[in-house]
Write a protein that binds this ligand. Structure first.
Ligand SMILES: *Cc1c(COP(=O)(O)O)cnc(C)c1O
Length: 765
């Protein structure tokens, strides 16, 4: 693909791809060859494509190092407030091209590799995705890191360095098969291990209440080993840090037995401790109450808080005599953002540090905790809300359980004073849910322990105030905010769609896409095969959680429909149904710029925000969508006439729920719908297995909480395509994560974003 660029090409690409100056290119070639020789220990006779990728990655990485060190020095000198973004997921995707874009090195690297006889795109394709996330929540964390660096905020992402990220999906016979994501097999050139900053994390044990205070004793220790990844801002010479913890057994792990057999077994058992960071739980919007997952959640929190306190105390500001006494200025210097309830243990853990270790009074400690922490809610779906059994806590984190009980006691005392005798309200608002198994409601813990609670789109933030968290809104309305999600325009425009980025940058060319569209489906084509149907390819991608049977059946249904439709001679090339295998960040970057239409058809009130919708909008696809999540604000920004809005609003859904949703009545009323459903349940798409999709259709007709049949019954009729595309692109500015992060910074963290650059170091030779 690498062709010599004409002068005109180069001029056009300068603004988005960086300058390919002769000196720049010569330096890059020199450093590439140096890395091939000294780092990869290869010559060009034996080097593989992967060696070339690593040589290029290391060459680009060299340009980060000086900026990274300088940024951290800059923060030490200026001692600004720091924000810590705590997340169990960082869905980063690839790093090489993003680094080149943000450092304006892309053109120069392209030219250098071309002169070396290599194809840069081919090398880029060798990089593994860092798939440390399931979907929207993890990708949001990644977009936020990019924006926080680009806005000059002293920010840190803290999470877990999973040895295995989200599984690789293979489609075999139309069914999903999972494969382990061994992304670190060939090494990761973007991370730097920091064993010197290893921290102990305690589990199990028991609590002693002594005259000198509370002691958590007889614990099992696992070490947290940090790996740092640089996070460059967009052309501002800032490089922030994402620090991911890896679990390491201590040297003395299980070495109580001194006989030889005991020693061998003890070494083998080190795996047990190190399993904590082995694998990402592949659940999106679903809570699975496994002990190992709770260990992961405490592991990241405990290691991170030690780091935060250490950095605070070591800072110029924090090391004054006054602050050493009581850490009361922590909220002036530190903001902790909790990405959903997954890192909720930060609240009781910070209390434990302040009360048990720093010996602050409960009241003083609580004030510090609440002013430091803030919580982002990502869903109202009840199956996704974390509710951990008390028994699990009692065993694994006995001191934290005590602290949570004390938080709850004081919280309910306040509620009783506000609503004397309102027992039902007390029950609803308690952090502890009574029942067969007592459970801790982690969202309630987060709301009580934070000064700010936000939803991720306006409609979602309104819904949490009026439904799931209404009781909490009634007593603390000032806590509740909205921060509509966003996406980074670096990865989701400049990087994946440089042509469009250039057009937008120049703001002078019109998109000339002469398209009209009409609702197409197989049934219609077969009925009127001679009509001039516009050829259409429908692409569907996504991963089913390995234990989620219905989701797997839906994938099988899609691939089965594809098998029939794609081989139907009457339909021909006018309709294709493709299931995209192994949908992930890198595939999204390829497929989203190619799309004309984006379907965002969640039942109103169920999608908190969505960010895929924003990526499509930015890349010139039009949206067919319900008034749900961020679609509502997209319609507001682009003009409602420039999206294909259809279906029930939240109010309509509520009305229907009152009356009782009955899928069968829609099925009976709409002949096309009936025919489609009958074909699925009747075996038209599963030759040889007529009953394959019976259960799935039964679910749809009788047990579908999302009320999907209704959505399928509606049609859209798009016109004036080009004009609509332009209105969409022109209106999508709001959905930059730079806007989102500016609002978090000013309205939650008490920080001020800046577009200023810091001084660049001399580039390495
Ligand atoms: C953006 C993104 C998501 C989230 O998409 P939604 O449409 O908001 O659910 C999930 N996976 C990948 C790979 C993404 O890039």
């Amino acid at each position: 693909m690498a062709k010599p660029l004409t002068d005109q090409d180069k001029r056009k690409q300068i603004s988005v791809r960086g300058l390919a100056g002769v000196e720049n290119v010569a330096d890059l070639k020199t450093n590439f060859n140096r890395h091939l020789h000294f780092t990869l220990v290869k010559d060009r006779n034996v080097a593989t494509k992967r060696d070339y990728y690593f040589a290029l990655a290391n060459t680009v990485r060299d340009h980060l190092v000086g900026r990274w060190i300088r940024t951290q020095q800059h923060y030490y000198e200026k001692d600004p407030k720091r924000v810590y973004y705590l997340s169990l997921e960082f869905y980063m995707g690839r790093t090489l091209q993003n680094t080149m874009v943000n450092l304006a090195l892309e053109n120069a690297c392209d030219e250098a590799t071309y002169q070396l006889g290599l194809d840069m795109e081919e090398l880029q394709d060798i990089e593994e995705d860092a798939g440390l996330g399931n979907g929207g929540l993890g990708r949001l964390a990644a977009c936020f890191l990019d924006s926080m660096a680009s806005l000059g905020l002293a920010a840190y992402g803290y999470g877990i360095r999973y040895e295995f990220g989200i599984f690789n999906q293979k489609i075999s016979n139309g069914w999903q098969v999972e494969e382990a994501d061994d992304w670190l097999r060939y090494g990761n050139p973007w991370e730097k291990a920091r064993p010197e900053y290893m921290r102990p994390v305690h589990f199990y044990g028991r609590v002693e209440h002594t005259a000198e205070g509370v002691k958590w004793v007889d614990t099992q220790v696992v070490l947290a080993l940090p790996y740092d990844t640089p996070v460059p801002g967009y052309r501002n010479n800032i490089v922030n840090t994402m620090r991911l913890w890896s679990a390491k057994a201590p040297c003395e792990f299980n070495l109580k037995d001194f006989n030889v057999g005991g020693y061998i077994q003890a070494v083998l058992d080190r795996n047990l401790a190190e399993n904590i960071s082995r694998v990402l739980y592949p659940n999106d919007n679903f809570f699975e109450g496994k002990e190992l997952r709770l260990k992961q959640e405490y592991f990241v929190v405990a290691a991170t808080l030690q780091d935060i306190i250490r950095r605070f105390k070591a800072s110029k500001f924090g090391s004054t005599e006054f602050v050493r006494l009581d850490l009361s200025t922590l909220p002036d210097k530190v903001a902790i953002q909790l990405n959903d309830t997954h890192p909720a243990l930060a609240i009781p853990e910070l209390m434990r540090i302040l009360v048990d270790i720093e010996k602050l009074s409960w009241e003083k400690a609580w004030d510090i905790v609440v002013r430091t922490c803030a919580y982002t809610n990502h869903t109202v779906l009840p199956e996704a809300l974390e509710r951990w059994p008390v028994d699990l806590f009692h065993n694994l984190l006995p001191r934290h359980l005590e602290i949570i009980y004390e938080i709850n006691r004081r919280h309910l005392e306040r509620i009783t004073k506000l609503y004397p005798g309102d027992v039902d309200r007390m029950r609803r608002m308690s952090l502890i849910e009574e029942g067969d198994v007592k459970k801790i409601n982690m969202a309630h813990l987060c709301i009580v322990g934070s000064h700010a609670v936000n939803g991720v789109a306006r409609i979602h933030s309104d819904i949490i105030k009026s439904t799931v968290f209404k009781d909490f809104y009634d007593v603390d309305p000032q806590k509740f905010q909205n921060k509509t999600n966003g996406i980074t325009p670096r990865r989701w425009l400049v990087m994946c769609n440089p042509g469009l980025a250039e057009v937008i940058a120049e703001v002078c060319l019109l998109l000339i896409i002469q398209t009209e569209s009409c609702e197409l489906e197989q049934l219609c084509i077969r009925k009127e095969p001679n009509k001039p149907w516009i050829p259409r390819t429908i692409m569907i991608g996504g991963k089913a959680a390995p234990g989620y049977h219905t989701a797997k059946m839906i994938i099988k249904l899609i691939t089965s429909i594809g098998d029939i439709v794609n081989n139907d001679p009457v339909v021909g090339d006018r309709l294709k149904v493709i299931f995209l295998e192994n949908y992930r960040v890198t595939l999204a970057e390829k497929v989203i710029p190619a799309a004309d239409l984006s379907e965002q058809i969640s039942t109103a009130g169920t999608e908190a925000s969505g960010t895929g919708n924003m990526k499509f909008m930015l890349n010139g696809a039009l949206t067919i969508g319900t008034m749900d999540g961020a679609n509502v604000e997209m319609a507001e920004e682009a003009g409602e006439e420039n999206l294909f809005i259809f279906g029930m609003r939240v109010n309509d859904v509520e009305e229907m729920d009152k009356k009782g949703y009955d899928a069968v009545s829609y099925y009976n009323r709409i002949p096309e719908l009936k025919k489609a459903v009958d074909q699925v349940s009747g075996g038209s798409f599963s030759p040889g297995q007529p009953g394959l999709f019976k259960d799935l259709v039964n679910m749809l007709m009788h047990h579908d909480r999302l009320e999907l049949i209704y959505a399928d019954a509606v049609e859209a009729n798009p016109k004036e395509w080009t004009k609509m595309v332009i209105h969409n692109i022109a209106g999508c500015g709001k959905f930059s994560s730079d806007r989102t992060i500016s609002q978090y910074a000013r309205e939650i963290w008490g920080m001020e974003p800046t577009l200023e650059k810091i001084a660049a170091p001399d580039d390495p030779r």
